[in-house]
Design a protein around this ligand. Structure first.
Ligand SMILES: O=P(O)(O)OC[C@H]1O[C@H](OP(=O)(O)O)[C@H](O)[C@@H]1O
Length: 348
């Protein structure tokens, strides 16, 4: 799925609104795998509506350029390329007007399906939750929250233990939305998870990508939580629409794990407290001018192996992780080529 950056840039105009959406995704003002997919489809529709292309070829190239711009924002959530692929495959027509119409209606169809899939997934996931259950959450997942919301609509009382989720504390978003639903929330720091697993009936998380072997790629910390949950006998439930299934993993590719800016973990002023500001003459001299000897790593995601996951809940039903590949084959076949690469890179 790699983009070929050595290809010469063609003179293609991407609508400013598309560039803005791409920037919002990269900076996580738009975040969460499903929300990113929705925003990307909307951006392609905007590109189609605002295109001033005079020929079908120019229109198609503009849409592909817009898709590339969106694709290059964040690497891990496969819902993004899956959304772009879906919309571009619906771009059909002999004239610019026909192409515009087919692309915008395909994007609208995608967005409707996404919303419907999440609602259906929620109803299926809610069946796993009993009246009075306590769920432990990690990060913020709209798919996971859909399960809780559906359980509440079924009249069940649900409580939540919400992990803060460093470094960006998306657990706060989860806590706010659960409180809006009337769910009693206990907010804990990530390091307290094992202690509080004794009070939980389920671990409930979302996913950014699901691999063909049933591995779950989700917010950093998910894998450690799942290992602890297994040791404590707490079932781990992953809420993931089929848009999270990663087709390239069927042919042996691995999922890229995004490494984010170190300042999310350690702001400059806190770094200075650790390494000093260079005025302490007794400090060890740095190896060179740019190296203060302190490395900060900030991986955004990790991989939970299938043996630590009890169920993957999709809009097509719930699956043991080891059998998810059958659903992937049914939905994607074996094709993994990217329509926005046509005319560039490997498909040329
Ligand atoms: O699609 P929904 O269920 O909303 O979210 C799925 C996942 O996307 C998020 O990633 P980030 O916060 O964008 O890095 C979290 O890892 C979350 O579990």
């Amino acid at each position: 799925m790699s983009m070929d950056s050595d290809q010469p840039d063609t003179d293609v105009t991407v609508a400013p609104a598309v560039a803005e959406t791409a920037d919002d995704i990269a900076e996580m003002r738009i975040r969460g795998a499903a929300t990113i997919a929705d925003a990307a489809a909307e951006a392609l529709a905007v590109q189609a509506e605002r295109s001033e292309a005079e020929t079908p070829a120019a229109f198609r190239e503009q849409l592909r350029a817009a898709a590339r711009t969106l694709y290059e924002t964040r690497p891990t959530a496969v819902s993004l390329p899956n959304a772009l692929r879906y919309v571009l495959r619906g771009m059909e027509g002999e004239t610019v007007s026909e192409l515009r119409g087919s692309t915008t209606s395909r994007a609208a169809e995608f967005r409707d399906d996404l919303e419907q899939a999440q609602a259906t997934l929620g109803e299926i996931g809610a069946n796993r939750l009993r009246d009075g259950d306590v769920v432990m959450t990690h990060c913020h997942s709209t798919d996971a929250l859909s399960c809780i919301e559906a359980a509440l609509e079924d009249g069940k009382h649900i409580e939540a233990i919400v992990k803060e989720t460093r470094p960006r504390k998306q657990g706060h978003i989860t806590a706010r939305q659960l409180r809006e639903l009337g769910v009693p929330v206990t907010l804990i720091v990530d390091n307290a998870a094992r202690r509080y697993l004794d009070d939980a009936d389920h671990v409930l998380v979302g996913a950014d990508s699901i691999a063909a072997d049933g591995s779950v790629i989700n917010k950093i910390g998910t894998s450690g939580l799942a290992v602890n949950a297994r040791e404590r006998g707490v079932p781990v439930m992953v809420a993931a629409q089929t848009i999270k299934l990663h087709p390239d993993t069927m042919t042996g590719h691995t999922v890229a794990i995004e490494m984010r800016d170190e300042h999310e973990v350690l702001p400059e002023d806190e770094r200075a407290e650790i390494v000093g500001d260079g005025t302490d003459s007794s400090a060890e001299p740095a190896a060179d001018d740019d190296d203060d000897g302190l490395t900060v790593e900030n991986p955004a995601f990790d991989v939970t192996p299938p043996r630590h996951v009890d169920a993957i809940v999709t809009e097509r039903g719930q699956f043991p992780p080891e059998s998810i590949v059958t659903l992937m084959r049914e939905l994607f076949g074996e094709t993994t080529d990217e329509p926005w690469e046509r005319g560039r890179g490997r498909d040329r």
